[in-house]
Design a protein around this ligand. Structure first.
Ligand code: ATP
Ligand code: MG
Length: 137
């Protein structure tokens, strides 16, 4: 049986990152992801939630179940109305950071997930959609 199909959380305090980790862990577990995939999904969610808090101050994450051609999966959408990512091409490379960080969050997230789409710049801040698929039982 499939568990939670959709939910969202506001990110506007550093403590919300812990709540995102916990909630995303439960959502992924309810979709019967393996323990290693749950860890990947939680790590990616943690990095993107941290970026929202650090660079935009606040935002939200929406998680939902997705289905496509015999596969089921989880999609997480991180949305903020901050300044946008200044140089997306560089931001996707390891080691590029505007905050003295390691610059590993975005490239790490790309590696851990199956799909990642980033819409940033303009007046709308940043929206990042990540997906992880698993075979339906
Ligand atoms: N939501 C966002 N809004 C604006 N800029 C962002 C956002 N997320 C990432 N960035 C920009 O992209 C850069 C790279 O992000 P990434 O998470 O890969 O590394 P980092 O946050 O600098 O360091 P790390 O995550 O390794 O601690 C950031 O330094 C920042 O300039
Ligand atoms: Mg980061």
């Amino acid at each position: 049986m499939i568990g939670v199909t959709r939910g969202e959380l506001i990110i506007n305090d550093v403590s919300d990152i812990v709540v995102v980790r916990k909630t995303v862990r439960q959502a992924a577990a309810s979709l019967n992801f393996s323990l290693s995939d749950i860890t990947r999904i939680v790590t990616a969610a943690s990095e993107l939630a941290r970026n929202v808090y650090l660079y935009a101050g606040s935002g939200k994450v929406v998680w939902q179940t997705i289905d496509d051609a015999g596969m089921t999966g989880i999609q997480l959408t991180f949305e903020d109305h901050g300044p946008g990512i200044r140089d997306l091409e560089k931001a996707m490379q390891e080691g590029w950071s505007t905050s003295g960080g390691l610059g590993l969050g975005l490239p790490g997230t790309r590696r851990l997930m199956d799909e990642m789409e980033i819409d940033t710049g303009g007046d709308n801040g940043t929206t990042i959609v990540i997906k992880k698929w698993r075979r339906r039982n």
